[in-house]
Write a protein that binds this ligand. Sequence first.
Ligand SMILES: Cc1ncc(COP(=O)(O)O)c(C=O)c1O
Length: 396
Amino acid sequence: MLNPALDRLTDYPFDRIRALLAEVDPPAGMTPRVLGLGEPRHPPPPQVAEILAKSATLWGKYPMVNGTAEFRLAVADWLTRRYGLGEGFIDPERQILPVAGTREALFFAAALSVPERKNGERPTVLLPNPFYHVYAGAALMADAEPVFVPATEETGFLPRFEALPEEVLSRAALAFLCTPANPQGSVADLHALKSLIALARAHDFMLAVDECYAEIYCDAPPPGALQACAEMGGRTDHVMIFHSLSKRSSVPGLRSGFVAGDPDTIGRFRLLRSYGAAAVPGPILAVSAALWRDEAHVEANRDLYRQKFDQADATLAGRPGYRRPQGGFFLWLDVGDGEEAARRLWSEAAVRVLPGAYLGRPGEDGRNPGAPYIRIALVDDLEATADALERIVQVL
Ligand SMILES: Cc1ncc(COP(=O)(O)O)c(C=O)c1O
């Protein structure tokens, strides 16, 4: 028999878009522009191939779940620089864990944090609505009750977990926050991060902060949860952060990220991964360490995204529903009916986007807060992006 909990994993967004457009043909002869998937398509930095070639003998070894000292130190140094943490704030040996992309780590976060009962009741997992679909999958497979908290225009596109009823907070085992947020592009400031950390500590739940878009921004670098911990006195309990090279270095195929947190959490996460996850291979760790130590390719990458947001401003600014995001690489565009817009964009202009409804769930009022939106991933080169944006304006 199979675990009946699997039946809860319906609504996979990319299955839904395939189903929606299965019977719809794009206009003949038009080059398709595929902006539905958040897959970075800038060229990977050249050091990836060079270091992989140089590290080839490491394919002959089983990798350690804890990675290498070189990798952990490169990450700790990057965190220290990026978030202005004091020297020694992060212990690379006990507070950093390499992961094979943050998707699996975010999924494992629920297995790590959700008990069978919390205060004698069924635990809740708090998540923003709309959200990165893996959060809900993780909550459902952990047999927790997912609580979808609106992250809409009215809330500054961030979830107000602190406004939840005490009955829900007391059962909370885990909360996911994404900043910069997929899909909304909103950024939690330090004040918001500190309030959330205080909330997690007061109610004894784990706060999983998904910072995998932290390096894609237009103006100021988004603050991070460890920075908030440092400013709150230095404790890192009840907080885990997730970072990835997929977006920062445009290497989604490398499958390389890390989790950081307090030593006890990371120690247990390491144990969990050593039972159930693939350790990151040696050559990939060698490449990853070099990438975390290099900023030049990240600045070039960020600059390319900035130019595409300038293109979006030039093409869409002033249009009702358009907003330049604070971070990440998505346009989250209010078009009235996202499914209808996605269908028309494909059939009339060969542009594939994701209906926002597929990233949200109906709230207590029965309304799916993603339904009026489409998510457009600005992952192509400048020319293709300019062309896609023009086509979008023509259709909408
Ligand atoms: C919000 C968010 N978190 C995590 C991930 C996972 O990224 P990766 O597994 O490549 O690190 C993604 C990928 O699209 C994402 O959008």
